[in-house]
Design a protein around this ligand. Structure first.
Ligand code: ADP
Length: 543
């Protein structure tokens, strides 16, 4: 027997329609790529998204066509998100920091028919021009006054002129909710990038899940600044969540330096933001140097890589900003877990509270998780056993575009995340490593992430990485690589003494190397494959 409720599809267009109607005068503020601050409202954004949808039709874009974007967080990129998905095409966000070969691979694999590109990124597309043959034209996200010239790209279209020609009478089609809405490739630190193809249904369900009080906790009373780029796993869902809740948005454009971010936080009264630890590391050290504060900020979500404890303590104790440690993946739309305390944690001491914060958090409703051993057997949820983290849920991919990487999806419908984790009796998950990064010493596993987090707790350490290096007796032993803070004279003896009473003896790094910088992926994560290559022949003093 079926229920007798209306069968309304879950559609991305319904989010912006609602915002325009019920939060029509709430602002979206952008630091544009051209420089000046732009402000308008949800009502105007909706009108322009509808004009863009008409323009896309005029360009011959059909439902199901992929439209690539190479763009920073701006109002124009936001309009592309809603217009492309809303009309039934697929919004394919591309990370401009990827290497040339990855960019051409992704654009060709996705078969993008148009690219929407910030003016400053046109030279990047020019370099790809010969290799991206299915792209029919490049729309530059700017006005006539700022249009670049190009001898290489035959069809360069001005975004503002494209919109000027259109009316805003577009009616969003009533699509099947399982229609593909957007596409994002994983960065592919091993092998080719893999495409994750989201649907309207998965995105809207993720938006509900992400908005919950124990997730991002956003409302119409918030001022939200997504620093995590819109090309990185849909800016962790924030364009959709802010729209569903009617929060004011502050889009920082390409300028992500601490002074520029701080200026927006102060002038717009930002209450909430989200980004990877590297961004906050720079902001916190700038605040410390300049004596500035971020008094309007209530909370930040930090994820993408493990959030160092020292960062959560500084935010919490010095600036009164609540840090929510989050974990997710492109394959999970991306939110999987969020760290918030439970009722039973009301009376924790400060130390106990920050101990808890170091976990990656508990699953949001809609996501299930378990840990397994090498044979796929489930391991206990005791906070001690660690194994491969597997997930399934309402917004988790069931395969990659084109069927690549199928071994990550098992026949029981679970996805292997490639992360190694513990789960405890209260449901808190803790990442101990990427499965490729875990250090195997004498058959036991050492968590490189735990060691890195401890090392960055030393005031002289700006950034740290730990990798396993060959050892004749133990197979692998940890090597600690450190980028010193400006003016720090930290040496090996001092950092090892600092770590001594914080880790088990057999976890202590066998050596410490000071480096000027560490390699990162296009999404700002430590590029450990490169470090392992660079230190492949490194001889430890203990070897
Ligand atoms: P990429 O394209 O860089 O792989 P993802 O955002 O999809 O981008 O990366 C997901 C991976 O990032 C996770 O599988 C995990 O290894 C890591 N990660 C994300 N959040 C955290 C976190 N809070 N702590 C530790 N690792 C994290």
């Amino acid at each position: 027997m079926h229920g007798l409720m209306m069968d309304m599809p879950l559609l991305i267009s319904s989010l912006i329609k609602h915002a325009a109607q019920y939060h029509g005068d709430t602002e979206i503020v952008t630091r544009t790529v051209e420089g000046p601050i732009h402000r308008y409202t949800y009502a105007e954004a909706h009108s322009r998204a509808r004009r863009l949808a008409n323009a896309l039709k005029g360009l011959g874009v059909q439902q199901g066509d992929r439209i690539g974007t190479l763009a920073w967080n701006t109002h124009r990129h936001y309009e592309v998100y809603f217009a492309v998905s809303g009309m039934g095409a697929v919004c394919h966000t591309i990370n401009p920091r990827l290497f040339h070969d990855q960019l051409t691979y992704i654009i060709n694999h996705a078969r993008d028919v148009y690219l929407f590109v910030d003016a400053t990124l046109v030279p990047l597309v020019e370099q790809l021009a010969d290799e991206i043959r299915e792209v029919r034209g490049v729309v530059v996200l700017t006005d006539e006054a700022h249009m670049p010239k190009s001898d290489v790209l035959p069809r360069l279209i001005c975004y503002e002129s494209l919109l000027d020609e259109q009316r805003d009478d577009f009616d969003w089609p009533l699509l099947d909710e399982n229609t593909a809405s957007s596409l994002c490739y994983t960065s592919g630190t091993t092998g080719n990038p893999k495409g994750v193809l989201y649907s309207h249904r998965s995105n809207v369900l993720h938006t509900f899940g992400a908005a919950l009080p124990d997730s991002l906790n956003l409302s119409a009373r918030d001022v939200v600044m997504p620093v995590v780029p819109m090309f990185h796993a849909n800016a962790w869902g924030m364009p959709y969540v802010t729209t569903m809740t009617g929060a004011k948005q502050v889009l920082p454009g390409p300028q992500l330096d601490p002074a520029s971010l701080h200026e927006l936080i102060e002038s717009e009264g930002v209450t909430f933001s989200a980004a990877v630890p590297t961004v906050w590391l720079m902001l916190l050290s700038w605040l410390n140097e300049t004596g500035n504060r971020v008094d309007s900020m209530k909370s930040v979500v930090i994820g993408g890589s493990a959030c160092p404890r020292a960062m959560m303590e500084t935010f919490g104790e010095k600036y009164g900003v609540n840090v929510r440690h989050a974990w997710g993946m492109t394959e999970m739309s991306p939110l999987g877990t969020m760290n918030t305390p439970l009722l039973r944690h009301a009376n924790l001491s400060k130390k106990e509270y920050y101990d808890l914060c170091e976990n990656q958090g508990r699953p949001i409703f809609g996501v299930e998780m378990k840990i397994t051993d090498d044979e796929g057997r489930e391991l206990p949820r005791d906070g001690k056993a660690f194994g491969d983290l597997r997930v399934r849920g309402l917004w988790v991919a069931k395969s990659y575009l084109g069927g690549a990487g199928s071994s990550a999806f098992d026949e029981d419908g679970w996805f292997s995340t490639g992360d190694v984790a513990t789960l405890d009796a209260n449901g808190y998950m803790r990442i101990t490593d990427r499965s490729k990064d875990v250090i195997k010493s004498g058959g036991e596993w050492i968590s490189s992430i735990d060691l890195e987090n401890l090392a960055v707790g030393h005031p002289g350490v700006a950034e740290a990485a730990v990798i396993g290096v060959k050892h004749p007796k133990w197979d692998e032993r940890p090597l600690l690589l450190i980028v010193r803070r400006k003016d720090s004279k930290l040496d090996k003896a001092e950092i090892l003494t600092y770590l001594q009473d914080k880790v088990a003896r057999w976890w202590m790094p066998d050596d410490v190397v000071f480096v000027d910088e560490l390699p990162h992926t296009a999404t700002g994560k430590l590029l450990k494959t490169k470090l392992r290559e660079d230190f492949a022949d490194y001889v430890l003093p203990t070897a």
